[in-house]
Design a protein around this ligand. Sequence first.
Ligand SMILES: NC(=O)c1ccc[n+]([C@@H]2O[C@H](COP(=O)([O-])OP(=O)(O)OC[C@H]3O[C@@H](n4cnc5c(N)ncnc54)[C@H](O)[C@@H]3O)[C@@H](O)[C@H]2O)c1
Ligand SMILES: N[C@@H](CCO)C(=O)O
Ligand code: NA
Length: 445
Amino acid sequence: MRRCCVNERVLRVALLGCGVVGSEVARELLEQPDELAARCGARLELVGVAVRRPGRQRPPGLDPALLTTDAEGLVERADLVVEVIGGIEPARSLLLRAMAHGASVVTANKALLAEDGPRLYEAADAAGVDLYFEAAVAGAIPIVRPLRDSLVGDRVDRVLGVVNGTTNYVLDQMDTTGAGLDEAVQEAQALGYAEADPTADVEGFDAAAKAAIIASLAFHTRVSAADVHREGITGVTAGDVAAAREAGAVVKLLAICERTAGEDGDPEGPGAGVSVRVHPAMVPRTHPLAGVRGAFNAVFVEARGAGPLMFYGQGAGGAPTASAVLGDLVAVARHRVTGGRGSSESAHADLPVRPMGEALTRYHVRLEVQDRPGALAQVAQVFADHGASVETVRQTPLGDGAEGTAALVVATHEARDAALAATVEALEAAPAVLGITSVLRVEGA
Ligand SMILES: NC(=O)c1ccc[n+]([C@@H]2O[C@H](COP(=O)([O-])OP(=O)(O)OC[C@H]3O[C@@H](n4cnc5c(N)ncnc54)[C@H](O)[C@@H]3O)[C@@H](O)[C@H]2O)c1
Ligand SMILES: N[C@@H](CCO)C(=O)O
Ligand code: NA
């Protein structure tokens, strides 16, 4: 039984937004007040829920008198503010106002953090309050706090993430059922993973925001969404998925955050930087990320001391996301009770974000070529002309109805992405090449 204290401290909680995530946060606050009080060392009193439409149905047990459309007034009378409205405005102004009035804040808002994170951190520092955002990256999966706290004594070299559940579901369906992209997106919509307008997911905006947040934390460097090279999954074809399958791999939309070496190949020397990008990539089926199925998320971290680490779980959904929000809420409440703050922004490394063309990547290219003497030599020459070194080549005749043509599958060694992209462009113009049926970068091999 919980120990009761007559003078138990009360912390006033304001909830901004009562949609998919907000209604789950409200439900937990109302359903387990004693348990949360025991964990925080203070009672969390929900003093208001800012909503846009007060008439809508709300979680059972939520006193309608707590609903308000005056979010600005609400944040001024709270000790702790949870923002689950989403988008840039009014979320940003409300968080800044909350912190200016001395409240610690918890947000799930990846878009805002990736666009204007430093401004929020500065406001938190100025006010001496906490800014926590575990739910902003990969929902329920603890990854923000591991990067911010647990791994802060190590050196993170690389993070590979499957951080968008919708696109992972779509690509997984294409792999397991042979479905085309449009069909798989429609299934994702029918299941409620993809929005009616799936642009943020399929074009990689959601993953790019998460990549920016991960890279900032991992490399102690400010990285915004605008710094992230972004390619979504709209160009992924059934042919790409089949080519990956043939090669013993799967196609994943990856968020890739890695250190890039400077002059003389020294990862810490002059010219060192970071590469932050989101694009589809072929991942060998033996890699832990290849086993991330359906709408699940996972983040694979490579750190110098820790070695490889894998974080796996649900990246979206009301209850899983609320789990991360409540974890943050308890943490910031504890700081209020015991004094002090959690970690703030760590951006001292200030590494430059390198352009995509400089990233070291590997390509897997499937071509249809004329099956005649010299065709292979011509293709090999195009790679050589661009300084792209071929690792393996496999040729198979295309068979019935396609006599005189062959499929050529070329895997390269690592090279600058710009050189590999230029190689593919030149291949298109080579006389022996009838068509390029798949181009994928390879990661995790
Ligand atoms: N849903 C998820 O699975 C998930 C996962 C991780 C992170 N997030 C993040 O959590 C946040 C909320 O997502 P959601 O899925 O709950 O969205 P949602 O659209 O279901 O809920 C947002 C709510 O905010 C309300 N709202 C909009 N403007 C408002 C205003 N000015 N004042 C008060 N309320 C207002 C809307 O009416 C809506 O009910 C977003 O930042 C999102 O990126 C969501
Ligand atoms: N739309 C996102 C969930 C919230 O980030 C996804 O599909 O993973
Ligand atoms: Na998370």
